[in-house]
Design a binder for this molecule. Structure first.
Ligand SMILES: Nc1nc2c(ncn2[C@@H]2O[C@H](COP(=O)(O)OP(=O)(O)OP(=O)(O)O)[C@@H](O)[C@H]2O)c(=O)[nH]1
Ligand SMILES: [Mg+2]
Length: 326
């Protein structure tokens, strides 16, 4: 599976201490400190349900989901007659993984060119994520071509070209104000002529109005569908972890009309709410395929629910509880 291969290649570059969550995701990990402390108790005292509830809500699970999770846990603990933290931990981990879609999603792979559209509201991190994805695919030996589909915002084309130069991948661009459909057409033409593996297309995050924005994405799709079989193979919706539920609300138009196949969750490094990953999967019903964990090219990883949950629940040396407080 392509994502797994990409992740392995990323990981081989990371040091052992970066294996679980990257240091950039530390705030997320800190959030779960109370949960982990709770799970370390030799017996589960009833009063701690409240503490756990607070913790899950604080991590952006939303009161309703936190309650559901706790009910399931309580029920399981009661059914087993168990007050064993290990059993509770295993159950919680399984539920959290399930909430994230259970296993790692797939990423487009097949005959070239594979066409990837990147959509999302302005400022979510589309252009940066395109550069990071191009870098990741390229370091796995793939030929990439970028398409400057955001012809609306002044400076957007230049910005993609700068990233293209930095990563060392060609960018197909037209004039500002041009037709993004025509950019896609030319990019696919060039990709087919050059035998490029992946075409990654940027798109506008803002237009004169929302209807125009959605029409534009729809047109990009139509052009791609006609030009390359099965295209677009991926439509990645970029969501900013900092905007939480509000960001999801703003992105609803894309979810309804763009044929989104997966999520890129950016800025997890600055978000203290790891629970946003759960909220996003639950609300959209779509897998998170990549996460952005910083502003550098390498701050980008294929998303693995198992690893994410394990890292959230694994005891950390920094967890308070046993230590002497200063
Ligand atoms: N900390 C952090 N910053 C990020 C991440 N991803 C993107 N950013 C920053 O978010 C800002 C917006 O990123 P862009 O890639 O320009 O966003 P965009 O969606 O293309 O925005 P528009 O072109 O205006 O629609 C930039 O300052 C990026 O450096 C991330 O994972 N972590
Ligand atoms: Mg952009």
């Amino acid at each position: 599976m392509l994502l797994k291969r990409l992740r392995r290649s990323q990981r081989s570059k990371a040091t052992a201490s970066e294996e679980a969550l990257s240091p950039a995701e530390e705030p997320t990990r800190r959030r779960f400190a109370t949960v982990r402390r709770w799970l370390r108790r030799p017996r589960l005292p009833p009063a701690d349900w409240d503490e756990l509830d607070e913790q899950l809500v604080a991590a952006d699970h939303g009161p309703l989901r936190a309650m559901e999770l706790l009910d399931e846990l309580r029920e399981a603990v009661r059914a087993d007659g168990a007050t064993d933290p290990d059993a509770a931990r295993t159950l919680l981990a399984a539920r959290l993984r399930e909430a994230l879609g259970g296993h790692e999603a797939e990423f487009a792979s097949g005959p070239p060119p594979q066409v990837v559209f990147v959509v999302g509201v302005n400022g979510a991190g589309k252009t940066t994520s395109i550069a990071k994805l191009a870098h990741l695919l390229q370091s796995n030996g793939h030929d990439i071509l970028l398409a400057a589909g955001d012809t609306f915002r002044a400076g957007a084309i230049d910005q993609l070209q700068i990233w293209g130069d930095r990563v060392g991948v060609p960018v197909i661009a037209h004039q500002p104000g041009g037709d993004p459909g025509a950019v896609i057409y030319d990019a696919l033409d060039a990709a087919q002529a050059r035998g490029v593996d992946y075409v990654i297309a940027d798109s506008a995050g803002r237009q004169h109005n929302n209807v125009n924005l959605m029409n534009e994405v729809a047109k990009m799709r139509r052009v791609a569908e006609r030009k390359a079989p099965g295209a677009p193979h991926e439509v990645l919706l970029v969501l900013d972890a900092l905007t939480g539920q509000n960001g999801l609300h703003q992105a609803r138009g894309f979810l309804e009309t763009a044929g989104v196949t997966g999520i890129v969750l950016t800025k997890l490094d600055s978000s203290a709410k790891g629970g946003v990953a759960f909220a996003v999967t639950r609300t959209t019903g779509l897998p998170i395929k990549f996460v952005g964990v910083g502003e550098r090219l390498t701050d980008f990883e294929p998303f693995d629910p198992d690893q994410f949950v394990e890292a959230l629940l694994a005891p950390q040396p920094g967890d308070a509880g046993d230590e002497v407080r200063t």
